[in-house]
Design a protein around this ligand. Structure first.
Ligand code: SF4
Length: 495
């Protein structure tokens, strides 16, 4: 006989949220694993002793985590989605019908808490991963990715315009004082007025008033726009993130590496793990970076830039290591002459090798080889021996293995962060805020790895068959959150 369900709302029901969150639910497991009580003492300094009670710091951090775990980068949507999910409410410690914090509270609290609070959370998750035997820590792959900033290139203004504004403001103040005897400040030599608006913006001439830390940059396959750069290290054994930090978009990888290495070492040293090997791409290669590896007691696998891969033999110059000189095809020696600083950098040096005018005077190749003064000058980096040493290591059979391991380790992790943990763009402004976003995204990524390692791959957990009143309630709720639940399962199983 065909049945027909008549919906009749019950006036009174008996309901317990924990009954509806299965034992193998992601958030139930996470709640049992992650203790965030450390936040109470560490964030106490941000609050006064009187006034209205703030959002619970643990609830705030859990809501932030939910955003990254669910790939939601809007505070408003985090609150709305959390209110619709029984498992998330259970994770947050809220009951059905209890009002969640207002979304603007999330943004205010994110600004209020310092970067160290978010770093502490990242380290707590890292500690759990290490304690569960997930991280070997000995070999780390380092890479960076450009993450779009929350500011448009079109909104950039000329720096000179802002300088004019400050001059105008100063003059206005002078007029308010209304002191005719006061001498007027002479106009600056640079005061040329606003430049041509058609001039393409650069970081030197323009900036974004809404996010002055964002920098204009590009790389192959990426449009020119305002970015932050995410620097990250990934453990090659487990693919867990062991370090992440926001840098300005135009900050070169090789100048960031000396800053990154001590922090990677520090994160591992907290757990008595010594980092032995660092794998990185050519962008990280520089004399300073290679020296930083040695200073931190690490062995690097970083290919040298193209200019150092080939010798000058193709140009007809043979280098003699014993005499530190080149010899040209005519048998003329170009001895080492002096060291000069390169690119106006006080720490980067180049070595100069020169022939003499008399040696080149009668050479048949003089017109195409010598300079206008009549001699040949060769310029090498003072760090050339370092590059060559590193290149020999990279080209060894083990080096080739390491290079392939690097790309298969760190690149998919960035892919996951960008596609599944809200790191497709920074939804706040400023370098410090961007750093908080990256730390949270990395913590969320590691949490998923941790739960997968501890409990196995997440499968769509069947909702327990409960009869009677509970069954009805269950049915209603699953209809309500059905899409969201499946979406969450699809996302979580993607790791
Ligand atoms: S110009 Fe001087 S350095 Fe160049 S090939 Fe002739 S002799 Fe050698």
């Amino acid at each position: 006989m065909q049945g027909k369900k008549i919906h009749q709302e019950s006036l009174f029901i008996q309901f317990q949220l924990s009954d509806y969150v299965p034992a193998d639910n992601f958030y139930r497991r996470l709640k049992s694993l992650l203790d965030l009580d450390f936040l109470y003492p560490t964030t106490l300094k941000y609050y006064g002793k009187e006034g209205q009670k703030s959002i619970d710091p643990v609830v705030f951090m859990k809501l932030m985590l939910v955003g990254y775990l669910e790939n939601i980068n809007s505070d408003r949507r985090i609150v709305i989605s959390s209110g619709m999910r029984m498992d998330i409410l259970y994770f947050l410690g809220y009951d059905l019908g209890q009002e969640l914090p207002w979304h603007s509270t999330l943004s205010r609290t994110r600004k209020l808490f310092g970067e160290e609070t978010f770093l502490e959370l990242f380290k707590q998750v890292l500690k759990l991963c290490i304690n569960n035997g997930m991280i070997s820590g000995k070999r780390q792959a380092v890479d960076s990715a450009l993450i779009p900033a929350n500011a448009a290139k079109q909104s950039m203004v000329e720096r000179i315009v802002m300088e004019d504004a400050s001059v105008f403001s100063r003059e206005l103040n002078d007029n308010i004082e209304d002191d005719p005897a006061k001498p007027k400040e002479p106009k600056s030599d640079n005061d040329e007025g606003p430049k041509n608006k058609d001039v393409a913006p650069t970081n030197q001439t323009h900036f974004s008033p809404s996010d002055p830390d964002a920098r204009l940059t590009t790389k192959p396959g990426k449009p020119m726009r305002l970015y932050y750069r995410s620097q990250m290290s990934v453990d090659t054994a487990s693919h867990c993130i062991t370090y992440i930090q926001a840098f300005k978009g135009n900050e070169a990888d090789n100048s960031s590496l000396p800053v990154i290495l001590p922090q990677i070492a520090g994160n591992m040293a907290d757990h008595a793990i010594q980092v032995e090997e660092i794998l990185a791409d050519t962008g990280y290669s520089s004399g300073k970076a290679i020296r930083a590896l040695t200073a931190n007691g690490m062995k690097g696998y970083i290919p040298a830039p193209g200019t150092y891969k080939s010798s000058r033999e193709g140009e007809g110059f043979i280098y003699d290591d014993n005499y530190d000189r080149y010899t040209c095809i005519m048998g003329v020696h170009l001895p080492f002459k002096r060291i000069e600083s390169a690119y106006n950098e006080p720490t980067v040096f180049k070595k100069i090798y020169e022939s003499s005018i008399s040696d080149c005077k009668n050479c048949p190749f003089k017109d195409i080889c010598a300079n206008k003064k009549g001699f040949k000058k060769l310029v090498d980096s003072a760090d050339k021996p370092l590059y060559e040493y590193m290149q020999r290591r990279v080209e060894s059979p083990r080096g080739k293995q390491m290079m392939s391991l690097r790309s298969s380790t760190v690149e998919p992790v960035f892919g996951s962060l960008i596609n599944y943990t809200s790191l497709d763009r920074i939804n706040t402004k400023g370098l410090k805020q961007a750093n908080k976003c990256m730390l949270m995204a990395a913590a969320a990524y590691n949490i998923k790895k941790l739960l997968k390692c501890k409990f196995g791959p997440l499968i769509a957990a069947p909702i327990p068959a409960i009869g009677g009143l509970k069954g009805l309630f269950n049915q209603l709720f699953m209809q309500f959150i059905g899409y969201k639940h499946q979406h969450a399962v699809n996302f979580l199983t993607s790791f």
